[in-house]
Design a protein around this ligand. Sequence first.
Ligand SMILES: Cc1cc2nc3c(=O)[nH]c(=O)nc-3n(C[C@H](O)[C@H](O)[C@H](O)COP(=O)(O)OP(=O)(O)OC[C@H]3O[C@@H](n4cnc5c(N)ncnc54)[C@H](O)[C@@H]3O)c2cc1C
Length: 355
Amino acid sequence: MSLPTVRYLPGTRIVASLAAGALLLEDAQTSYRLDYEQLILCCGAQELLLPFPGWTLPGVTGAGALQALIKSGASVAGERVLIAGSGPLLLASAATARAAGALVSGVYEQTDRYQLINFGVGLLRWPGKLAQAFKLFSTRYRWRSHVIEAMGDRRLEAVRIRQGDAEAVIACDRLACGFGLVPNTVLAQHLGCSLEDNAVAVDRYQQTSQTGIYAAGECTGVGGSELALVEGEVAGLAATGKVEQAQALFTHRAYWQRFARHVKEHFGLRPEIRRLARVDTLICRCEDVALSVLAEEQGWNAAKLQSRCGMGACQGRICGSIARELFGWSLPEPRVPLVPARIETLMACSEKDMS
Ligand SMILES: Cc1cc2nc3c(=O)[nH]c(=O)nc-3n(C[C@H](O)[C@H](O)[C@H](O)COP(=O)(O)OP(=O)(O)OC[C@H]3O[C@@H](n4cnc5c(N)ncnc54)[C@H](O)[C@@H]3O)c2cc1C
């Protein structure tokens, strides 16, 4: 990056917070401590996956995950791909798959026709988004439809779909199923920032409950790239004392906040989507914990003690959001290291420095 006052650190991960005002970072070569006076968190969001029979079969991914896989080089040319779940991301994922040579057999959206029509009409207030929706629209888009199960012996072979009151089994090579995005609050929670509505709580200057720590973008609530950008500007200006310039952006931010609410209101999950898992469906894929085991528990701590749920490689990043959706449990408390880290990185950080 060419700005003289900005040091860009690509491929760098925040592993932990050290004593107040310092973070432990790791890149491909080394780990080091970074001190800060003001911090702006832009940790993004992660895809919400909800379990259904067969969701752990090879060939089944999230809708956003399929897009990410293709962008990082996975070949889907000639493969039959089915996209399902909820939200605008489904159409973007289908377009990416099609452009990569996949045969997209259908895009199955759980929300109903009435909601979709209202959503489309409401987009007149955001003409750029309306144009994007027209560009991405697929004649294979189906409303009020969802996956019932993914079928296959060693990998995905077919998907059972419910569309309205009818059911169909559709042969395919890949299923990309995602139910929108959920804010990534791991680092903010670790730093002691309060949450509101499962996102990092911020005031109008994007400041969190911790003085000197700001947050912007999807970690403060999912709203798309335009909202993330203007929130980032407000946070940057406020953190550097340019309060009036930050205030000048409030109207523009409100415009995109309304768009975020518009999306949220029209893609709410129907109750049956949270009931797709059967008693033997795995919820925690890392530790092979089934729904029947978790249904007996009262919350995360009990579930961990009894079943090791959330204690595997992903440390509850996937099953934590699932348990919140299915059982209403709060997210597990983040633990250090916040991301997988090398032994040397952990050794570089003496225990007394860990917050
Ligand atoms: C698959 C996909 C497709 C999308 N398509 C569109 C689209 O077509 N149009 C549109 O408007 N929006 C789209 N979006 C949404 C858009 O990407 C987001 O609105 C925007 O990127 C949000 O910006 P952000 O800065 O909040 O988060 P992000 O751009 O997600 O950035 C968050 C960053 O934080 C990093 N991070 C998190 N934790 C740590 C840590 N501990 N250490 C170091 N780094 C960390 C992540 O690696 C990531 O790089 C899409 C999103 C996804 C997932």
